[in-house]
Design a protein around this ligand. Structure first.
Ligand code: FAD
Length: 385
């Protein structure tokens, strides 16, 4: 018997939703199952919304270039305002060592054709009016990077995927997978059974559970990060700012002013907080507020509306896993997106469509192999958003 769906995607998050859209656009019969009540309600909605191609890993660079193209043209092509703003990323530098590291990185980034450069102190002060000038050495700026609303993006992918014929089942949890006769997989949920030709595991922080149903161990261990949003104020800076200095209790701090004027921010705790607890802490806001006011004294009277806590589905090397299960072309995984699933999502989705329809990714195999499930996971990690 022919399966009812060509592809069943488990998870309607930062990765599953765009993948459903691009598959449906290729007339692939796709069903997405998610235990949450609507699209993007897992870790997707905890992302602050940063999207950059300026990484050091070629696979991430090329994947995020695809994503930026998708996000940047979305409104023109499909009409939905996902609050995309090409405001760039700016890393202000206060320590000589950081300046050297970022300048070394520029060489690699420029070799990949990325639009990023060193900007002197005066240039950074112009980009970030009101930034603390004391000890400011300059910084990097990449004008092609940007930001957007993760929840509006997930909603847009969902709506347009439905228009192309994709189906979604919300409030339904996948509990088992069973292969029947070599060409059909039965996907069991707490509500029913669906028949699929291929199954994609895009289950975010819960991907290892689905991995075990697929017969593979996925080396993903979530840790938690908090974010927050302020009241809106008149726009006064464009880039997403990354302060890479380390202070007691925290590593990097990230923030930007989104389209409506709210500042959205988050921080990398030090040490990391492993586990899946998503209760807001009492330590995050004092820590992040002190750092942001130190960097940008004019923020001192800004009121915070709310904070939240979400998960990074971490791999040991900070690089996602996007692959087919060995010997099983019908089982795919797109998991372990760490702190970068939003920005990688559409680029990964385009590669998955190629993998499913043409048997190979869109990126050159030697670059895409960075995402292999069967790689050596002991490389150094890259976790900046
Ligand atoms: C504070 C914070 C800030 C961040 N900022 C950024 C940022 O600026 N830029 C960026 O790129 N990334 C950012 N991230 C990271 C980003 O949120 C994640 O990398 C990304 O959302 C992971 O996408 P995903 O599709 O793998 O998982 P998710 O979006 O979590 O989607 C997985 C889905 O699978 C569903 N699911 C799981 N198991 C089952 C099951 N058995 N049955 C049915 N459904 C199931 C879940 O309900 C969920 O909806 C941030 C994260 C945090 C916490």
């Amino acid at each position: 018997m022919m399966p009812n769906y060509d592809v069943v995607i488990i998870g309607s998050g930062s990765v599953g939703s765009p993948t459903a859209f691009f598959l449906a656009r290729e007339k692939i019969k796709v069903l997405v199952i998610d235990s949450r009540p609507s699209p993007g309600q897992g870790q997707n909605k905890t992302a602050i919304g940063g999207v950059r191609a300026t990484h050091s890993d070629p696979a991430k660079i090329q994947t995020c270039q695809l994503s930026l193209e998708v996000f940047g043209t979305w409104q023109d092509l499909y009409g939905d305002d996902i609050h995309f703003k090409r405001g760039g990323y700016c890393f202000p530098v206060y320590e000589e060592g950081h300046g050297k590291d970022l300048k070394d990185l520029l060489v690699i980034q420029k070799a990949h054709g990325l639009d990023i450069d060193w900007v002197d102190q005066a240039g950074i002060r112009k980009l970030l009016p009101g930034i603390n000038p004391e000890g400011l050495l300059g910084g990097t700026f990449s004008p092609g990077d940007g930001n957007l609303s993760p929840i509006l993006a997930a909603r847009a992918f969902f709506r347009r995927a439905c228009e192309f014929g994709a189906e979604f089942k919300f409030g339904e949890t996948v509990t088992g997978l069973e292969t029947v006769g070599g060409s059909e997989i039965k996907v069991r949920t707490d509500r029913g059974v669906y028949s699929a030709g291929k199954v994609l595991n895009a289950a975010g922080a819960r991907a290892p559970e689905i991995g075990r149903m697929m017969g593979v161990e996925l080396p993903i261990e979530p840790d938690s990060h908090e974010g927050g949003v302020t009241e809106p104020v008149r726009p006064f800076f464009e880039p997403l700012v990354v302060d890479i200095r380390e202070f007691p209790g925290s590593k990097n701090v990230y923030f930007y002013q989104e389209k409506l004027g709210h500042l959205i921010f988050c921080l990398t705790p030090e040490p990391i907080i492993p586990g899946t607890n998503r209760e807001s802490t009492s330590t995050f806001l004092p820590l992040v507020a002190r750092r942001m006011i130190n960097l940008f004294p004019r923020l001192r009277n800004l009121r915070v509306r709310r904070t939240w806590r979400g998960l990074y589905p971490m791999t040991p090397d900070g690089v996602p896993i996007v692959d087919r299960v060995r010997g099983r072309d019908d089982l795919l995984v797109a998991v372990g997106f760490c702190g970068q699933g939003l920005m990688l999502g559409p680029g990964i989705a385009l590669n998955l469509v190629n993998l499913i329809t043409k048997g190979q990714p869109l990126l050159p195999e030697e670059i895409f192999s960075s995402y292999s499930l069967y790689r050596d996971f002991s490389r150094a990690s890259e976790t900046l958003k």
